[in-house]
Design a protein around this ligand. Structure first.
Ligand code: ADE
Length: 253
């Protein structure tokens, strides 16, 4: 997968992309991440990228020409161009799964009060990472890259499998995990996990995952696709509601 990130602050990305699983995925050639400095597409001697809003009001708006030039410098026929903005659709795990199937992502990081509305004619979708406002799209772009790249085949080792985890294909939170010591400050590990009975352990974990989801995030249960039978049946992956987002083993929600 190729990822181009269009930003005024390429220096912000150094740490997160140079450590741990993302760095390893890059070294393995699973993903090529390029940072495109929007300033280089700025206008005139001063490389201007923003201006005051028509109609008045505080703040600056990103001009369309530098953004258009930057997008067009990297866009290919198979690109998906995504604007990071608090106005976008919520970025959830099914969206990460959909994006992980694509050959080329172009992530556009907005700054200032926003981008000129006409830039939307150049983007395929808008994504928000949550209902709060950050200073720009850089941190959201890092979140998207992290969530997508760890899903690429070969990015995680067997020990870090993405199959069983919160917001996995079943749409449940994760079950509780324990490691050594068996007793910590008077708190013991649930006996069943020490039993060696793998079938009972699997059933216990599943019940825990369901119960946690019910108490902490009942909204996730409502979002799950219709369950064909009892709670022991595996659910098909949830569609994220985008056209063309069905994975081969999905019924499209
Ligand atoms: N830019 C500023 N806040 C944002 C958010 N919550 N999601 C995506 N982009 C943003």
């Amino acid at each position: 997968m190729d990822i181009d990130i269009i930003t005024l602050f390429p220096g912000m990305f150094a740490g997160p992309f140079d450590e741990s699983i993302i760095a390893r995925a890059r070294q393995r050639g699973l993903v090529v991440i390029r940072l495109v400095n929007l300033r280089e597409f700025g206008l005139g001697r001063h490389k201007v990228v923003d201006d005051t809003p028509f109609g008045g009001g505080p703040g600056m708006v990103m001009r369309p020409e530098p953004l258009a030039a930057a997008i067009e410098s990297v866009r290919r026929p198979d690109s998906r161009v995504i604007l990071m903005t608090p106005q976008g659709q919520l970025f959830r795990q099914p969206v990460a799964r959909r994006l992980a199937q694509l050959p080329h992502l172009v992530l556009v990081c907005g700054r200032y009060e926003g981008v000129d509305e006409r830039v939307l004619t150049l983007v395929d979708e808008e994504l928000s990472i949550g209902d709060y406002v950050l200073t720009g799209g850089e941190l959201p772009a890092m979140v998207v890259v992290d969530a997508v790249v760890r899903l690429l085949p070969g990015a995680l080792g067997a020990e870090e499998s993405a199959e069983q985890e919160s917001h996995g294909e079943e749409g449940l939170l994760d079950w509780p995990h324990y490691t050594r010591p068996r007793e910590f400050r008077g708190l013991t590990v649930p006996e069943i996990l020490l039993s060696g009975d793998h079938a009972r352990i699997a059933a216990w974990r599943r019940a825990q995952a369901l119960e946690r989801t019910r108490t902490r995030r009942p909204d996730l249960l409502e979002r799950r696709p219709q369950q064909p039978a009892g709670p022991e049946r595996a659910a098909p992956p949830a569609s994220d509601g985008q056209p063309g987002s069905s994975s081969p083993d999905s019924d499209g929600g």
